[in-house]
Design a protein around this ligand. Structure first.
Ligand code: 4AD
Ligand code: MG
Length: 466
């Protein structure tokens, strides 16, 4: 009866090799094979941890003859005993008692050879790149951060809700939605000279959601403290290192909360998830610190321990104008902050995360609460070094008449939003919420340059492979 597979992570985390008694079975994909003096050293990885496990196969192993056929990328199974390694570079190794080749990988064809590949090249190989150190580490950090996010909210009594992916309403009112349709685009049904939307699957136009916020607000207006964590979609033609057409967003929504309470929640939340990843992914974080950003761990530790800066949009504009920098986009009150401005504020002006509040109403979404000055809304963006905006949120407009006026100004047809307006008719209450871009957060935590390397299968303009 062959032993059950043991994960490499569990073997390597043993206090001493003697704690792992008897033969164990390991399985994984070969990274490298090296032979010397009739002994083969096979490094395998199973994804459970950054470190590879060395398997030592000598002539005493009845399957020694298999060693010649082992090449980078093939999958194997090995039984043996964990022992202290005499070689450098690893603490333990497996002395193989038996070996099995599960799947070969033709060395003439296997694209992931031992040498380092560029991240751009690996993007074309999204089906194989999780086998590399970098993408294995990204996958584990992403996993840990998702868990840390749920942990943060669950420990504070927030209810995790799932909001729809297909929707008829534009949560941001920005018109950057992908249409979801079953109509035959080569033969569109017509009615009165226009496309007959009545013939579509839902009997009306439907889209992929840009945000779960509006539905989260429904639940906040009954359950008080809720959050969503799901995929969102934006048909913006933005080809940058921080934009995806499909990305995941974490959206807490809190009743009886104003902007100050929300900003405090955002700060506590970010500090908690960075502390969580430092604590739970020490090897992977050391890897990113070594190969991608030598200040990474220090930066995250600082953030986990220091207060965020707060400033209003008006103060931010004044600071930018006084900076003496020559920005590509002009800075003037009323214009949206560009990424170069955001980065100046967080990287140069204060050197840590900044929460900018109270933006002009004209550049923000219709649902944000109008302030008494009639000019600004109770919005906030959380800006972090290297990334810029990582969180966008606001106190919501809970007053029916003002909300309706804002929708008219934004040119929105209020019919699809009837239920959203009803929430302001029946027991309306102050409430606030934000959206955290999950990939931007993992990008920040890993020091990776491009958001396309944070999500397994990035969707960007003209790219939906895999
Ligand atoms: O600022 P945004 O557009 O806010 C909302 O969608 C609100 N409805 C959230 C809320 O209040 N519940 O987006 C929130 C965050 C941004 O700060 C950014 O981190 C991320 O989502 N984000 C993107 N991430 C990757 N690719 C894109 N195209 C993104 N657009 C926004
Ligand atoms: Mg935003």
């Amino acid at each position: 009866m062959p032993a059950q597979r043991t994960r490499i992570k569990d073997l390597l985390s043993a206090e001493s090799s003697g704690d792992v008694t008897g033969p164990v079975n390991v399985k994984g994909w070969v990274k490298t094979v090296r032979s010397s003096g009739g002994v083969a050293f096979v490094q395998i990885n199973d994804g459970s941890t950054l470190a590879d496990l060395q398997i030592v196969v000598d002539a005493n192993c009845p399957d020694y003859s298999l060693v010649n056929g082992l090449t980078t990328g093939c999958s194997i199974s090995a039984d043996g005993v964990l022992q202290d390694s005499l070689g450098r570079g690893q603490k333990y190794e497996i002395a193989a008692a038996s070996l099995e080749l599960l799947g070969s990988a033709d060395p003439e064809e296997y694209p992931l050879q031992k040498k380092r590949h560029t991240l751009e090249f690996l993007r074309e190989l999204a089906h194989l790149r999780p086998r590399t150190n970098t993408f294995g580490a990204v996958a584990r950090v992403r996993n840990a951060m998702a868990f840390g996010i749920h942990k943060f909210f669950q420990e504070r009594g927030f209810l995790y809700i799932q909001t729809p992916i297909i929707t008829a309403s534009d949560a941001e009112g920005a018109g950057a939605m992908f249409r979801a349709t079953t109509l035959d685009l080569n033969n569109l049904p017509q009615a009165g000279g226009q496309v007959d939307n009545d013939a579509d699957f839902f009997g009306r136009p439907a889209f992929l959601t840009v945000s779960g916020q509006l539905e989260a607000e429904i639940f906040a207006q009954s359950m008080s403290d809720v959050y969503t964590f799901g995929p969102t979609f934006r048909a913006e033609n933005s080809n940058t290192s921080r934009h995806l057409a499909e990305f995941w967003m974490v959206e807490p929504e809190v009743a009886f909360c104003d902007l100050d309470g929300l900003a405090q929640l955002a700060e506590d939340f970010l500090r908690s998830i960075f502390a969580h990843v430092l604590e739970n992914c020490p090897e992977d974080m050391a890897f990113f610190n070594r190969f991608y950003d030598q200040e990474l761990i220090q930066t995250l530790e600082d953030i986990a321990n220091a207060d965020f800066e707060r400033m209003t949009y008006t103060e931010a504009v004044a600071a930018l104008q006084a900076s003496g920098e020559s920005f590509e986009y002009p800075v003037q009150w009323g214009a949206d902050l560009q990424s170069e401005h955001e980065r100046y504020l967080t990287e140069r002006k204060v050197g840590r995360p900044v929460i900018v509040t109270d933006y002009p109403s004209s550049i923000k979404a219709f649902y944000m609460r109008l302030s008494d000055d009639g000019q600004t809304v109770r919005a906030m963006d959380v800006l972090v070094p290297r990334i810029g905006e990582i969180i966008g949120g606001s106190q919501r407009e809970e007053r029916l008449d003002i909300l309706q006026r804002r929708m008219v100004e934004a040119g929105l047809d209020d019919a699809p939003y009837w239920w959203y307006l009803d929430l302001r008719r029946y027991g309306t209450a102050p409430h606030a919420g934000f959206g955290l871009g999950f990939e931007r957060t993992v990008q920040f935590a890993t020091g990776m340059q491009n958001i396309r390397d944070i999500i397994a299968f990035p969707r960007t303009p003209r790219n939906a492979e895999f």
